[in-house]
Design a protein around this ligand. Structure first.
Ligand SMILES: [Cu+2]
Length: 509
């Protein structure tokens, strides 16, 4: 389809947007009431979840590399139902290889990564959106790899019982990145992700400046249980709001205790793998120095009093134990993401000073090659996110398969400017596959978030678009042609249509 035809359709859909835009605002009171049952964070007023310090912090297990060949990492993943201890309750979670979260895949960008995914899910029937519950697949979120063939091709579906061998050429992937993997079958992502299917995928770096620091991975994921099962999706409102659980966990643990030596600097890789819970991270008495984002490491540390991490976002931080000995809580401070949500304070982890004093220093330079790019765009686009009538839309079109989608055609080897506009009363974390971007501007929302990502040389594949606000993104279209996509990473919103297709081709397209 030619560009001209697209623009016309875009325009027609655009003109019908305004009707749907105010829907969530008008129904905010009703929404809040509807979430009181098990939804935790959406109730009226600010609440506090402050569980006592729990067990010792554990990093997720590392996936076993079955390859003995140099430069090949091969991992078997099996998606299935496993009983997992969730804060004292044995719950039937959806797991990769029986664990929650899934095992961490560790690679270098000189490697070829092979993932053999077996679908052992056995949920029967369809969900309330009419999609099969047990069909799954794999998205390697954040990887700059081909979206085609047996690479990061989310159009591929695995029926229950199927195995598929994915293979990823990582040669153009940035080092020093925290990525992750999760299902990506339109219409059933939210339920499978909510049930537990997510794991980290780390591309190591070779920077000596960071190599000496004790390093931990923190996967933030929340859940609400109904008996021994993840709370089911029972209404359109579950999809409009996105599920927020009353149990917020780090690596499946409630308020674990992480030890740090006085004077020590630790490197933390933090991933928000929650469906719809936003985290405003704050460590009592300490600054958090951001040194990396989704697409790579930064030029220097950016000390922040707090860091807003929306669903799908990742951040790498350095933390120095610079206070007097004691225990300090890593909190998620109240943040209002809109749509009837009110703030909630949650204690995520307790950092406990322990052991002999050391005197680590936070380095002044991290990756001197990280810069904010300046490129001439080949195209400038506007992508408008909206909600209404139980659906999500991009430029007025609710994704429902290849016949109903907003789509764009980009030329390989060029740069584009995307102005992403949020026309709803609720924040949307916008995610594009394959090519991470840099943020030129953000209008609305949290001032600290906008300031950080419009000044640091940060590569992002999820950018928070504030309610009734916007962001302008500089998007590279590099290395890989094929059909890719962009969508909201409140994955419920993706399931109800806030997704579009991104066709990447050459001049002939
Ligand atoms: Cu959204």
């Amino acid at each position: 389809m030619g560009r001209k035809g697209l623009s016309r359709r875009e325009f027609i859909r655009f003109s019908s947007l305004v009707v749907g835009a105010g829907y969530l605002g008008a129904n905010a009171a009703k929404s809040a009431a509807g979430m009181m049952g098990g939804g935790g964070g959406m109730g009226g007023g600010t609440s506090v979840i402050d569980p006592p310090p729990g067990a010792l912090f554990r990093d997720p297990p590392v996936a076993w590399n079955k390859s003995t060949a140099a430069n090949i990492v091969e991992v078997d993943l099996e998606a299935g139902v496993t009983q997992v201890n969730v804060n004292g309750t044995m719950a039937n979670l959806l797991t990769y290889n029986g664990g929650f979260p899934g095992p961490t895949i560790r690679v270098r960008n000189s490697d070829t990564l092979k993932i053999n995914l077996t679908n052992s899910l056995s949920m029967l029937g369809t969900n309330i959106l009419g999609h099969d519950r047990d069909i799954t697949n794999l998205h390697t979120h954040g990887l700059h790899v081909s979206p085609e063939g047996n690479s990061d091709n989310v159009m591929r579906m695995l029926m229950s019982g199927d195995t598929f061998n994915y293979e990823y050429d990582l040669s153009k992937q940035a080092a020093g990145t925290l990525n992750f993997y999760h299902p990506h079958v339109h219409g059933s992502v939210a339920e499978q992700y909510w049930g537990g299917l997510a794991g980290a995928l780390i591309v190591e770096d070779d920077l000596p400046v960071l190599s000496g620091f004790e390093t931990h991975l923190m996967i933030l994921k929340d859940i609400a249980l109904s008996g021994a099962d993840p709370e089911p999706y029972t209404s359109t409102m579950d999809f409009m709001h996105g599920k927020v659980g009353d149990t917020a966990m780090v690596n499946g643990q409630v308020n674990p205790v992480l030890n740090i030596r006085p004077g020590q600097v630790q490197r933390w890789r933090v991933l928000n793998a929650s469906n719809a819970r936003f985290y405003m991270l704050s460590l009592e008495g300490h600054a958090l120095s951001v040194v990396g984002t989704e697409g790579g490491l930064l030029d220097k540390p950016y000390p922040q009093p707090q860091i807003l991490l929306s669903p799908g976002e990742r951040v790498e931080i350095l933390v120095k134990a610079s206070r007097k000995s004691g225990s300090y809580r890593l909190l998620s401070l109240p943040y209002n993401r809109g749509g009837g949500s009110m703030g909630q304070q949650v204690t995520l982890l307790t950092l406990s000073y322990k052991g002999s004093r050391t005197s680590d220093a936070v380095p002044s330079v991290i990756d001197p090659e990280a810069v904010r790019v300046q490129e001439m765009p080949m195209a400038t686009r506007t992508l408008a996110l909206s909600m209404g009538q139980g659906k999500g839309y991009i430029n007025g079109i609710s994704f429902a398969g290849m016949d109903s989608t907003f789509e764009i055609h980009s030329m390989l080897g060029t740069w584009e400017i995307w102005r992403v506009v949020n026309q709803s009363m609720m924040d949307h974390p916008f995610h594009q596959h394959v090519n991470p971007c840099q943020v030129l501007s953000i209008s609305g929302g949290d001032a600290g978030y906008a300031s950080l990502y419009t000044s640091a040389p940060a590569w992002k594949d999820v950018v928070l678009i504030p309610k009734m606000g916007s962001a302008t993104l500089l998007v590279p279209v590099m290395d890989y042609g094929g059909m890719s996509m962009f969508h909201c990473h409140i994955v419920e919103h993706e399931d109800i249509g806030m997704m579009g297709l991104w066709h990447i081709g050459d001049h002939s397209m």
